[in-house]
Design a protein around this ligand. Sequence first.
Ligand code: FES
Length: 657
Amino acid sequence: MVKINEKIIIDLEPISRRVYLFEDKSIYEILVKIGIPIRSLCGGSGKCGKCKILFQKGQEYLNSPTDSERNFINNDDIKKGWRLACQSRIDKVYIQTLEREKSSPQFRIYLPDELVLEDFKILTSGVNKDIKLNPNVKKLYIEVDKPTLEKPVPDIERILTSIISIDENIEKADLITIDFDLLKNLSQILRQSNHKITVVIWDNRIIIAAEPGNTVEENFGLAIDIGTTTLVGYLMNLNNGKTYSVASKLNGQTAFGEDLITRITYIKDNEDGLQKLNSVVINNLNDIISKACSKANINPSQIYETVVVGNSVMHHIFLGLNPVNIGLSPYVPIVRKGLNVKSKDLMINMSNQGKVYTLPLIAGFVGADTMGVILSSKIDDEDSLTLAIDIGTNGEIIIGNKEILATASCAAGSALEGAHIEDGMRAAAGSIDSIKIDPETLDVSYTTIKNKKPMGICGSGLIDAVAEMLKAKILNRSGNFNKKNLDHERIIKSDKGLGFILVKKDETNLSKDIKISQHDIRELQMAKAAFYSGMRIILRYLNKSLNKNLKIQQVFLAGAFGNYINKENAKFIGMIPDISREDIFQIGNDEGRVAKNCLINKDLRKKAEELYEKIQYIEIATKKEFQKEYAEAMYFPHMKLLEFFPSLKEYEDISIR
Ligand code: FES
């Protein structure tokens, strides 16, 4: 029988999978057990040397390297934490020490690309930080004493007595209140169900609903991620944390403007603008709720709590609050702290007595989505100074560790989501997600999502395309086409300027070539320059205010397609700093995950409420050095190549102009 030790946690990167220790098993055996297929030629007998892994944390608690490891890994690498998965195991003598270790995970293992089989990587998305169940809404089944002439005790008092008799967490009846709307119906529900009811208790202190009979198993909640372009809802059972169904919809507000500023302008210019955009988002959400509920075969009235995560503007519009001041200097929201609002006040299609919780914002343009990245990446628990970038319509940057936490929003544009790119598209079946260019022949090889015929380029494909065009010297470092290659058949000239054909039209169903234009390259340059210069400005601010010389030690890539980016190429184009690939982690789409986690664990909401007090927000665009930093970062990878990207030797042969 395998003994699983839940006190000892191992994080596997870059797939962001968290597992518990299987005692007496090698790391190879643990990986196989949890269904991560890894490449091995010897079946784990230490003879092929293929199963190399890197312990980024916890190597001191392993068995000593075996002869076979010494055979395949040199001493220096062993010291750095490289081991063979099939030979390394956690030494039994340290188990108790590790169990007492407060900071988890106790181990972090990097699984190199060549180790993990491709299919698995594609299926994995997002950080899987196991979350304890501690929902804000609970249900209790009670059998209430009937009133008698001898004891004419009011209904609510008899209900409270029953609750206290079965729930040890609720000690005093006077700590509990009852929702006024429920009071009006309570006696009827009680009598119609022969005094056998299920009470719904919110935050251990308010009885918000009562249902006839025993419905304890049907404790549902909804986690909603309101993105600028997409809305996603997750219907969950709060008793076991399981997601029962997922539904999504494009945000109908795009009809009023693709980005946040355009939507704010619409609200400013139209008397009924706010009301219109609010009803669009509420209708969209109600559609999502109907879809999710019908998939799971439940009634929306069975949902008692919804947690909403979104950027500041989406948050305000959802609540019916005017976001106009978020768009005007000094960019302040109306409210920052987390709110609990009655569902009926927002017209959300769930129980009328239900509550909607919105996660706190950080600042004007830094919303609860950024809080989500902080919560799920646990950047505030890190020892190393970490840069997290949230790659989405609005680029958000966070720099922090255990001691400091600073954030800023940058105008990264939506190039990386495919918008404004001539042949761009979202990451979906048929989008080109990775590209290689032969530097001699300029022949292109590529892959598409789900192996469908190519239809367009998504963000990861765009980053690859530009990186490969640089390596093949089709482009120079300023992002212009290199004059030398202009007569190649793949380079075309149109009224929009020069372009490079990635896929010829006979390979597509589009009857047109898929190409990268000069304009597309500029869009990418602007996005990556926004991230890099934003990072530099936050860092400079921190160094100045703390009188230190801080350097980024690791990078977390968040956002919907954070997991699909080629990390080397993201660095190659200068979107992230020059650090080793082992220190770049892809943490996927966190917003939905955070809404889900906050739904099933109310302690996380408390943490978010504490964090927003601690986070420093930096307004990048108003800093005097911004223009210069941005202009320098427009170069690939940066104007100051040797100073900021010394490891990128390939650039020695690529001209600057
Ligand atoms: S699997 Fe062959 S050496 Fe580990």
